[in-house]
Design a protein around this ligand. Structure first.
Ligand code: ZN
Length: 456
């Protein structure tokens, strides 16, 4: 065999991932149903990207889909259909926004309300595009943890947006049974479509970001825009629905438009940015649907004994969620379960639990989880109760003696949820001063399900 042929064989034998992959998600919130030229912007972006061989994800508002049909924009619908289709709420900004209507609701009733209000828009997109939307992302920062359960029931497997409520290491993660592409921090990069002078620096930052992710073994980058941004100078919804305002349709105002030159400059800057990214041999553009296939399944096997760290810290441990560690300690097979619906409290006199009583509590916890597919709020020792966190820590520290010493759990996993409710919900559409602490408290309860998403 000649040397070059031998070399070719050796190279072919190397795994395809010899160079760690850097995946770039480019997505567009396609939402403006008030300004008709936003349809043309969606058409132009979808067409230009297709021409360059780049598939993006267009997250479409339910009402936007219906309006495009009413305006006979089959051309836009067909151009968008060549990309991945995600969902971006039923009507986006007409009050009440999702976080507003879910603020006072618990996990289960909030999920039911989300499905009631937002289900039709997703079904409409399914009819219009012939596919179940690959992902959902909230309007503005109107995020709520209850939507996770509803989205699973709606067949949507990915949550893709940006927000500050929950995050893990600036990379995608599993949370609430969904793949979250969210809060990517420094791995979110956008070319400024208004200022050509900034482009060169953005392209340099982009290359540095790719190099950094490669060094770390690969990862994900995201960039997002709105088609309407390319034709207007102000957001369509801020003009009409600011601070929870709800004018009737007859009173809706159109946003101010860009000049033709300003619009052309915006397209040019975005496409130069995309062209630069595409030319980088380490980068692959992917969609939300692709991302779901590229990451390992959410639950593949049970944590090994050394990963069961709940006695010291209730937190993500390596690749395992706190819930997975608890199921393993209970001797249950690995599977996804939701976090508890409320924060439990330990009301127990003394610090020793008799073995038979503890064993009954353990069996009861297993039964609850099997039946409800969710972690319990607390377990019972007679008429006294032990919070989920204390139960998990006690179970992890149990050495098998005649009595079981009560341990107190340290819920470090809750540190992955922001404490800044006002900052995380500062969207202009929300009522002034909106700071839904109750939603973040529920988010903390669901942090039991949090863990990193690993590449396959
Ligand atoms: Zn939006």
């Amino acid at each position: 065999m000649r040397l070059s042929a031998l070399l070719a064989v050796v190279l072919l034998a190397l795994p395809a991932s010899a160079s760690p992959p850097v995946y770039h998600l480019l997505w567009f919130d396609t939402e403006d149903y008030i300004e008709p030229s936003a349809d043309d912007a969606a058409l132009r972006l979808a067409t230009e990207l297709t021409r360059r061989g780049v598939r993006a994800t267009f997250k479409i508002v339910g009402e936007k889909g219906r309006v495009m049909e009413r305006r006979n924009r089959q051309d836009v619908i067909e151009a968008l259909a060549r990309h991945d289709i995600g969902y971006h709420a039923e009507n986006h900004s007409i009050p009440p926004a999702p976080a507003v209507y879910m603020e006072k609701l618990g996990l289960l009733e909030g999920a039911a309300e989300f499905e009631r209000r937002e289900g039709a828009g997703a079904a409409g997109l399914r009819r219009l595009f012939g596919v179940t939307p690959s992902c959902y992302g909230q309007p503005g920062n109107s995020w709520a943890p209850q939507s996770n359960l509803a989205l699973r029931r709606m067949g949507i497997q990915v949550y893709m947006d940006d927000g500050k409520q929950v995050g893990l290491n600036d990379q995608p993660f599993w949370y609430g049974g969904l793949l979250y592409i969210f809060n990517l921090g420094a791995n979110t990069i956008r070319a400024d479509i208004n200022d050509p002078a900034k482009l060169a620096a953005t392209l340099r930052s982009y290359d540095a970001l790719v190099a950094e992710l490669k060094r770390k073994g690969g990862g994900f980058i995201q960039s997002y825009y709105h088609p309407t941004e390319f034709v207007t100078t102000e957001f369509w919804d801020g003009v009409n629905f600011r601070h929870g305002a709800g004018p009737e349709e007859a009173d809706w105002k159109r946003p101010r438009l860009r000049t033709r030159e300003s619009s052309e400059q915006a397209y040019r800057l975005l496409l130069e940015f995309v062209g630069h990214a595409r030319a980088n041999p380490d980068v692959q553009f992917i969609t939300a649907r692709d991302a779901r296939q590229l990451v390992a399944p959410p639950v593949d096997h049970a944590p090994p004994a050394e990963a069961l760290r709940l006695a010291e810290s209730i937190d993500v441990n390596g690749r395992y969620s706190a819930a997975e560690q608890l199921l393993s300690l209970l001797g249950m097979p690995p599977r996804y379960v939701d976090g508890p619906t409320q924060r439990g409290e330990t009301v127990f006199t003394g610090n020793e639990i008799a073995r038979p009583a503890f064993d009954r509590a353990r069996a009861d916890a297993r039964d609850f989880i099997e039946r409800e597919k969710r972690l319990p709020i607390h377990v019972w020792i007679g008429s006294q109760r032990i919070s989920l966190a204390d139960f998990a820590a006690t179970l992890a520290a149990d050495t098998g003696g005649a009595t079981v010493r009560l341990h107190h759990g340290r819920l470090d996993v809750e540190n992955h949820i922001t404490r800044d409710a006002a900052g995380a919900y500062n969207w202009v559409i929300h009522p002034k001063g909106f700071a839904p602490e109750a939603l973040l408290e529920q988010a903390r309860l669901q942090a039991w399900t949090l863990k990193p998403a690993r590449l396959r």
